[in-house]
Design a protein around this ligand. Structure first.
Ligand SMILES: Cc1cc2nc3c(=O)[nH]c(=O)nc-3n(C[C@H](O)[C@H](O)[C@H](O)COP(=O)(O)OP(=O)(O)OC[C@H]3O[C@@H](n4cnc5c(N)ncnc54)[C@H](O)[C@@H]3O)c2cc1C
Length: 462
């Protein structure tokens, strides 16, 4: 039996970051992980492998659609799916081994196996019981299920199965037009599949600024993705390796069906707390199965903390990481803080989509006096040169004070561009602060400045 200052359960972005920060702050730290490799959902079956496939398929798209126009002639590359999978696996391995290295460097013990908590201060792994002054649960999440659709990870897959299909399907149905569904749909669409996305609501990517939603859907349609909106999936039957998805069009109350070689169920994720024994020790969960915590990430049981996808808030790796760092600070007797109002969201399609802060719809609903500064990438020289001029930057600012309230970008490198607005908002900046900051030419970031200028006297290149 070993004794620690802190034991962290789960080594995803929440858990491994918490472990590193705890160790850096002088706490004797262990991290339990049930998977074969460190890094959690994100590194093994989430952010990293999906971005590898998005990158490779985007390269193919560029070669097929834009190379000739730039004077790059020759045969279009063909897809070696086995090699693309190997490239994806190499990317995963490089990242998970990197965490292993960081654990060694920071003298963090990796306890291999599945953990349960018999009582506060104790963590059981296999037959061993380890003691800890504090425990952080970072057990993450798992794909949500849908009545009538059984995932077999062959014909009907979750995002995990979708990352390692045997072959590229001819026809793919994606149930759910959220971030994961659209990223995976884009990958297979670019690789040659006929992709149909079925969504229950009338708009894609729920919660996003509605102007961005519309532009995004238009661009995805142009890229060949098909959409069935306002459709409630009733069932999915598999026969001889083919699936038939039946759905009801909610407004018309009519039924329809569609066949596919592969169906991806992407209707969201739910917290994963199985096997921890939380009911026995009385850790409270919300109705949605999230572990309830206070502002310091402590649960109702003293000495047991929780972070990441297992608790409330957006299921994002960087949110989990921020909570991991902040929770470590709390355990070391310092102040830990996460600004939940400024967590950016990014969709890594092409073009990328990124947002931070309030949507225009939310501001309208609040009855707030605001102004909009919008700039199209059509006016950005770099975007035009790179065939990436579809999309815009939209900055929302308080009408009276000019303080930035939100930013929504659809366009090239949106996921990187959003961060200058995050920093500005963290410092309580006005749109004019961004507008007066010199931005190098020619860069995509000039579009952010132009949107800020549009909040004042006007953009230059509009
Ligand atoms: C396909 C896909 C793409 C995604 N892309 C992005 C993206 O681009 N950007 C982004 O921000 N987010 C993305 N996400 C979401 C992101 O992966 C999660 O928000 C993030 O991984 C949450 O981190 P976490 O530390 O809370 O949990 P996880 O990463 O889920 O890690 C939890 C770990 O705990 C382990 N565990 C659970 N219970 C126990 C136990 N009892 N004992 C031992 N170990 C245990 C699990 O094995 C797991 O490894 C994506 C998710 C998916 C599925």
């Amino acid at each position: 039996m070993a004794s620690y200052d802190v034991i962290i359960i789960g080594s995803g972005p929440g858990g491994y970051v918490a472990a590193i920060r705890c160790a850096q702050l002088g706490l004797k730290t262990a991290c339990v992980e049930g998977r074969e490799t460190l890094g959690g959902t994100c590194l093994n079956v989430g952010c990293i492998p999906s971005k590898a496939l998005l990158h490779a398929s985007h390269m193919l798209h560029e070669a097929e659609h834009n190379f000739a126009a730039m004077g790059l002639k020759g045969k279009s590359p063909s897809v070696d799916w086995k090699q693309m999978q190997a490239y994806k696996q190499d990317t995963i391995d490089g990242n998970t081994k990197g965490i292993e290295f960081l654990f060694k460097k920071n003298k963090i013990d990796w306890i291999k196996g599945w953990a349960s908590i018999p009582e506060a201060g104790k963590v059981k792994v296999g037959e061993d019981i380890h003691e800890a002054k504090n425990i952080i649960i970072a057990s993450g999440s798992e794909p949500a299920s849908l009545k009538g659709v059984e995932v077999d990870e062959e014909t009907v897959v979750s995002s995990t199965g979708a990352l390692k299909l045997d072959k590229i399907p001819k026809k793919m149905v994606v149930i759910g037009a959220g971030v994961i569904g659209l990223e995976m749909g884009s990958i297979y669409g670019r690789l040659g599949a006929e992709v149909t996305v079925i969504e229950y609501l009338d708009a894609i990517t729920p919660g996003m600024d509605s102007e961005v939603q519309k532009t995004f859907q238009r661009i995805l349609k142009k890229q060949g993705l098909k959409f069935v909106m306002g459709a409630a999936v009733q069932s999915c039957e598999v026969k001889n390796g083919k699936a038939t998805v039946k759905y009801t069009l909610r407004k018309k109350e009519t039924e329809a069906e569609i066949e596919a070689d592969t169906v991806l169920l992407a209707t969201g994720r739910r917290p994963y707390t199985g096997g921890l024994g939380l009911d026995k020790i009385g850790v409270e969960l919300s109705e949605r199965g999230q572990i309830k915590t206070g502002d310091d990430w402590q649960t109702n049981v003293k000495g047991i903390y929780a972070i990441g996808d297992a608790i409330d808030g957006p299921m994002l790796a960087h949110k989990a990481e921020d909570e991991g760092m902040a929770c470590a600070e709390v355990l070391a007797g310092n102040h830990g803080h996460v600004n939940y109002g400024l967590i950016p969201g990014v969709i890594y399609t092409h073009p990328e989509v990124a947002n931070v802060g309030a949507t225009e719809d939310a501001l309208k609903e609040e009855g707030r006096d605001y102004k909009v500064g919008k700039f199209s990438f059509m006016g950005n020289g770099r975007a035009k040169a790179n065939f990436a001029a579809d999309g815009f930057v939209k900055i929302l600012a308080d009408k009276e004070t000019d303080r930035i309230l939100g930013c929504h970008i659809i366009g090239p490198s949106a996921g990187d561009l959003i961060h200058e607005v995050c920093v500005a908002m963290e410092f309580g900046a006005a749109a004019q602060d961004l507008a007066m900051t010199c931005h190098a030419h020619p860069t995509y970031s000039e579009a952010v400045r132009e949107a800020a200028l549009a909040c004042g006297d006007g953009a230059i290149h509009a």
